[in-house]
Design a binder for this molecule. Structure first.
Ligand SMILES: NC(=O)c1ccc[n+]([C@@H]2O[C@H](COP(=O)([O-])OP(=O)(O)OC[C@H]3O[C@@H](n4cnc5c(N)ncnc54)[C@H](O)[C@@H]3O)[C@@H](O)[C@H]2O)c1
Length: 307
């Protein structure tokens, strides 16, 4: 199968590319390397260093003629979206529209889109399923949700099919700890430097940590099955930040120093996504254990310094 992956030099996108190539797909990558890294690029993928909003995207799709598009490229920082909401919308909304136009003009069959738990906002109940109200708390949540609406409209208008995957907190090798990377990346990097861990609030807040390889497998499943489908990609399991510290201590055999800081305003207390839909419609189930995933992530940070 011929697939075009946007954001294929980034954390999640690069794992998807690796899985696609291992499965025998022919892959092209579009990425402007704003947060992605050349080192993440699979050498067997054809690489286009192009911005999502660039009109040249149409020529690239016309040349590549992919059967499907996996759309991971995004401005992925909540903080940046609050500081610069127009720039966030430019990439996540305008950029996605530019991609959808290019895709429908060359007759792409399906788009698999990286959406986010951020679309839900503060959970009204747990675990959050896909019929939970959408009430984003940040410009990022709005700009990740808007493309879901365009996808539905493009399917009606042009028959361009889609699956939108709402990821929980993704972790694993290649995640960027700079800026406001996921807490596991931040902890792993600090441990690799022998620094103490900073916990905001009492550490009893919980998250749903899903390994990047489970996310990559969900994307490959979504290329094969699922039609006009929105589904969560998660473990459905809660892990508190204090649990995480304990697991890291067990894995490293040490006793990491922890400093408790005031809770950050606007942080959600508990977040956990129901994954029954993905199990049912994508025939997917998460298989990576958190402890073993943490060991792997720590090894990655010990061996790689991400500048
Ligand atoms: N990491 C998570 O926990 C998480 C959770 C929910 C959703 N997501 C979504 O998953 C996707 C991948 O996120 P990630 O964590 O791998 O982030 P990332 O920053 O590592 O990857 C994003 C990639 O997109 C590229 N990119 C950004 N703006 C671009 C533009 N205008 N044109 C072309 N390329 C551009 C970057 O260079 C980077 O390679 C994003 O859509 C993000 O919103 C991530």
């Amino acid at each position: 199968m011929k697939v075009l992956v946007t954001g294929g030099a980034g954390f999640i996108g690069s794992h998807i590319v690796d899985h696609l190539i291992a499965a025998g797909a022919s892959v092209a990558v579009v990425d402007n390397l704003s947060t992605g890294r050349e080192a993440n690029l699979n050498p067997q993928a054809r690489f286009y260093n192009v911005d999502l909003t660039d009109p040249a995207l149409r020529e690239i799709l016309a040349r590549e003629r992919p059967e499907a598009v996996v759309h991971e490229a995004a401005q992925a920082s909540v903080g940046v979206s609050v500081a610069r909401p127009e720039a966030d919308a430019e990439t996540n909304i305008q950029g996605t529209l530019n991609l959808l136009e290019a895709a429908r003009l060359v007759g792409v069959r399906k788009v698999v889109y990286a959406s986010s738990a951020a679309v839900y906002g503060e959970p009204a109940y747990l675990p959050v399923d896909e019929v939970h109200p959408v009430a984003p708390l940040s410009p990022y949540g709005v700009s990740k949700y808007t493309p879901e609406l365009y996808l539905a409209a493009y399917r009606q208008l042009y028959g361009l099919d889609y699956v939108a995957l709402r990821y929980a907190n993704v972790y694993g090798p290649r995640q960027d700890a700079l800026g406001e990377g996921g807490v596991i990346a931040v902890f792993a990097e600090r441990l690799s430097r022998g620094e103490h861990l900073e916990v905001f609030g009492d550490g009893a807040q919980t998250r749903d940590f899903i390994h990047v390889e489970d996310v990559a497998r969900a994307n490959l499943k979504a290329l094969e099955s699922g039609s006009a489908l929105i589904c969560n990609v998660s473990t459905g399991e809660p892990t508190s930040i204090n649990d995480l510290v304990r697991l890291l201590a067990a894995v490293t055999g040490g006793d990491p120093a922890v400093s408790y800081q005031p809770a950050r305003e606007g942080d959600i207390r508990h977040s956990r996504l129901d994954n029954l839909r993905a199990r049912r419609y994508l025939d997917w189930t998460p298989i990576r254990e958190l402890r073993e995933g943490l060991e792997e992530t720590l090894r990655f940070y010990a061996q790689n310094t991400l500048e």
